[in-house]
Ligand binder design. Structure first.
Ligand code: GDD
Ligand code: MN
Length: 360
């Protein structure tokens, strides 16, 4: 018989209408937990019979199972996870989904890695062993997942330099590391929130993301919107600075062009001189103010400059024909088309500089 006071590991499972999945989860987790003194804590916001299904299954295992049923759920999935961590018996808190997309058989991998004692957080990554995206329902979700992972890593290049899957919901954290952290769990991506706000020692173990066993995913377009907000809120710093410098550069660009043309220089030549001056000036400003903490030993300023300069020129060259296609073939208003291409160019430029020019 396992004893409460000896709990080494608390497994936190947020559930929202997972009645068909919880029995198998408890059964497979119990098997996987052989030799580990663990408890399972469900944080349940369900409106279906999930609590009954949990209680039934709990009767046939000797792993202690608790249910925290939240009548007034706050903070969605992130809030549920934080409530589970707060209520856990052990400091080692493992978080996983209740729909069997996170195979319970991976629990010992996480726990064993954590027990080595040199890290605060172990992440079960879908991408650590390649791109095992089996459980992402369709091509669109795979694309969305890859793109958002790329964007996220570009926005937090240092913090996430050794995190291949910052959006996973499957991880084991030492609760002690969260003390005093002003975590505001918004939406789905609680791990990202933790990673962005706390400087933790992280390890990853790979796992195979399974298909949802039964029921429906709660991921929605609205969650996607939340995610974008969360990212922006977390990372307003670098990107906004990048934008401000880009904006200043545009003003300088126009001023140079105006000055040169009023001296009688041909406007094409003036435009080219203005653009190249801006590209160089922006690089120097960004090197100094935006990415100053990311200039690794591996590259020199000349290598970074070469990459930045090549990219910005290519981007400027490509933007013109794209603009033409948008206006001529797709009948966008020229001003709208220009605004869209500039907005997209801004994001691509930022991602490229974060990931390639200042490669972590
Ligand atoms: N308590 C509670 N409250 N649980 C919730 C809520 C909520 O508001 N919303 C969702 N859950 C539970 C679900 O019941 C499930 O156990 C788990 O959280 C994940 O929700 P899914 O609906 O299965 O979402 P998913 O499969 O799209 O999301 C998974 O992949 C994401 C990465 O792509 C999860 O692992 C996420 O944590 C992960 O970020
Ligand atoms: Mn799921």
């Amino acid at each position: 018989m396992r004893r409460w006071d000896a709990v080494q590991l608390s497994i936190i499972v947020p559930t929202f209408n997972e009645a068909p999945n919880v029995a198998e989860l408890i059964r497979r987790a119990s098997e996987a937990l052989e030799g580990i003194d663990a408890e399972i804590v469900f944080v349940d916001d369900s409106t279906d019979a999930t609590p009954d299904a949990i209680r039934d299954a709990a009767a046939s295992t000797d792993v202690p199972v608790r249910i925290i049923h939240r009548d007034r759920p706050t903070g969605g999935l992130g809030g549920a996870v934080m409530a589970g961590i707060a209520a856990a018996q052990a400091d080692a808190c493992l978080v996983m989904d209740g729909d069997l997309q996170h195979p319970p058989e991976t629990i010992p991998d996480l726990f064993d890695r954590f027990e080595q004692g040199d890290v605060d957080l172990v992440i079960a990554s879908r991408y650590a062993g390649g791109w095992a995206t089996g459980g992402l329902a369709d091509k669109r979700r795979i694309l969305v997942s890859k793109l958002s992972t790329m964007l996220t890593r570009a926005m937090f290049p240092i913090r996430l330099s050794n995190v291949s899957d910052p959006m996973t919901g499957f991880f084991l954290i030492d609760r002690g590391c969260l003390d005093g952290a002003p975590l505001k769990p918004r939406g789905f991506k609680i791990l990202l929130e933790i990673l962005a706000r706390k400087n933790l020692r992280v390890a990853e173990v790979p796992f195979d993301f399974a298909h949802r066993s039964a029921g429906d995913s709660k991921a929605t377009l609205r969650q996607g919107g939340h995610f974008i907000m969360q990212l922006t809120a977390l990372r307003f710093g670098k990107m906004s600075l990048f934008a401000v410098i880009g904006g200043l550069g545009a003003v300088v660009n126009l001023a140079i062009m105006w000055g040169l043309t009023s001296l009688g220089v041909d406007y094409i030549i003036a435009a080219i001189i203005g653009a190249e001056t801006t590209i160089i000036g922006n690089f120097l400003m960004q090197e100094r103010f935006v990415f100053h903490d990311m200039r690794g030993e591996a590259s020199t300023v000349w290598v970074r400059f070469a990459k930045s300069f090549t990219f910005n020129n290519a981007e400027a060259l490509i933007r013109i024909p794209v603009l033409a296609v948008m206006v001529e073939s797709w009948h966008f208003l020229p001003v709208i088309a220009a605004a869209i291409t500039l907005a997209v160019a801004f994001i691509v430029r930022f991602v490229f500089h974060s990931l390639v020019v200042y490669a972590p």
